[in-house]
Design a protein around this ligand. Structure first.
Ligand SMILES: [Fe+2]
Length: 476
């Protein structure tokens, strides 16, 4: 995916005006030293070390980026931006203090980049890399691929965002070979089982844990091939006793073993603080300092770090901490158990499939959960016995007319019939509403939601779209 820049010339005042009215439109990356940063900085700015610059710059969101750097380090930043010349250097940051005290800054220069498009970023020319986020559990999912062969792996997918992730895989034309879980998660249900069913990708997880969906039980040091590249599994127990870190092309996907300036908890799932300390110090901190750390979660908006930076600044595991200190810190955390632990762990031990009662994963658009015809077709084909009701809300003549209806769909006409049906129905039931083009079924979905239904959704495009796609219909 190409990241394109648009040359824009913004003055300090213009940046200030955006910042003062809609600060969320800006991402301010401040590459000065922590000491300089702590003296003064623009509110909302993120202090990033120069070591992290390549990754921070490649992971910019689709926002206006303000890059603040001391003049002597400007060359380094420009170098990390690669051979591009289509950004604008703003040299008027001395105007900040005039615009708003106490944001005094002398000799600060800012580079203004306008990212037209940045859905993920290519780290190097020959790999594809995307970092995706699931906000409820603050989980990062990663898609990595060899650019030439398009062979890909997805790391730590979340059940709720499977559709989004597979859409991206499809858009990028990737061949998904592996679904990797860093560990058996306690805070969310894995999407690995569903992705395996949908794509045929092989599920890989530590060999130390028995999960029926697993195709590749991973041992320490085992390698998985993507084109001419390798993903290496590194055992890093401690958060749980079966945690794996995945190393790929100068990056490590650490799951919950090592987080940015933190680490995963060690108080359940056979966790052990002493083991985690050893895993991080002996395995992860033994990697080159410029290895980029991509964690399984982040709760503070940080996206990546590096081994060198974590060695230095990780307050729990960094260089000054002894094992005894770490064990003590961890024993005193007294965290509440994750909300989903009683659901997530058993579900994940079944590959995210068995105890997940819901079949469909709608996307909510304008407050209405929606699924596509393909989703419904897939559900009809693969979850034959599952409890998803298809309710067609058209008139009886349409049901058997030109566009026909979907096999096993039930006819309940929008209006008094549907209202009666919904009032008497089970609010937990999973229902897809269908009509001619998606309008009436949208109203039916809205009505059901109002009555307290939790798992109802609209089939977008209705039977017209269904027929356009050539999906099977019945006419009597
Ligand atoms: Fe975890």
């Amino acid at each position: 995916m190409e990241t394109s820049f648009k040359t824009v010339k913004l003055t300090c005042e213009q940046v200030y005006n955006i910042w003062a009215t809609e600060p969320e439109l800006l991402q301010i990356l401040d590459f000065r030293s922590p000491a300089e940063f702590s003296q003064f900085h623009i509110p909302g700015a993120k202090n990033i070390s120069l070591a992290e610059a390549p990754f921070a710059l490649r992971n910019l969101q689709e926002k206006l980026a303000v890059v603040i750097v001391q003049p002597e380090n400007e060359g380094t930043i420009v170098e990390h931006l690669g051979p591009r010349d289509d950004y604008v250097l703003m040299t008027q940051c001395q105007r900040w203090p005039e615009l708003r005290q106490p944001l005094a800054g002398h000799g600060i220069q800012a580079t203004i980049l306008n990212f037209q498009k940045n859905i993920g970023a290519d780290m190097k020319n020959d790999i594809i890399f995307h970092q995706l986020f699931e906000p409820e559990s603050s989980t990062y999912t990663y898609i990595i691929a060899d650019k030439k062969t398009k062979e890909a792996a997805i790391i730590d997918p979340v059940l709720e965002t499977v559709e989004r992730d597979l859409k991206l895989v499809e858009e990028l034309g990737l061949k998904l070979l592996y679904v990797l879980d860093t560990h058996v998660h306690a805070d969310h249900i894995t999407g690995s089982g569903i992705i395996k069913q949908r794509t045929g990708a092989k599920v890989a997880l530590s060999a130390e844990v028995a999960v029926p969906t697993v195709d590749i039980p991973l041992e320490d040091g085992q390698e998985l091939i993507l084109g001419d590249k390798k993903i290496k599994a590194i055992e890093t127990p401690g958060h749980t006793d079966t945690c794996m870190t995945f190393a790929f092309e100068g990056m490590v996907f650490t799951g919950d073993a090592l987080l940015i300036r933190g680490c995963g908890r060690t108080d359940f799932q056979q966790g052990s603080s002493a083991k985690l300390y050893d895993s991080v110090h002996e395995k992860l901190f033994a990697l080159p300092d410029d290895t980029i750390v991509y964690p399984g979660h982040d709760y503070r908006g940080q996206t990546s770090s590096s081994i060198g930076v974590e060695k230095q600044f990780n307050p729990r595991l960094g260089s000054t901490r002894s094992k005894d200190e770490f064990v003590k810190i961890m024993s005193e955390l007294k965290l509440a158990h994750p909300k989903k632990i009683h659901v997530a762990v058993p579900a994940n031990l079944a590959g995210g499939l068995v105890t997940s009662s819901l079949v469909m994963h709608p996307q909510v658009v304008d407050g209405i959960p929606e699924v596509t015809c393909q989703d419904v077709d897939h559900c009809v084909k693969t979850h034959k016995g599952a409890k998803v009701r298809l309710i067609d809300v058209r008139n009886p003549d349409e049901f058997v007319g030109e566009y026909g209806h979907i096999k096993n769909a039930e006819l309940v006409i929008l209006g008094p019939d549907l209202t009666r049906f919904l009032e008497a129905g089970d609010r937990e039931e999973e229902i897809v509403f269908i009509c001619r083009s998606g309008g009436r079924s949208g109203s039916a979905t809205a009505e059901s939601l109002k009555l307290g239904y939790k798992h109802t959704m609209n089939m977008v495009g209705g039977m017209i779209r269904w027929n356009e796609l050539g999906l099977p219909v019945e006419k009597k």
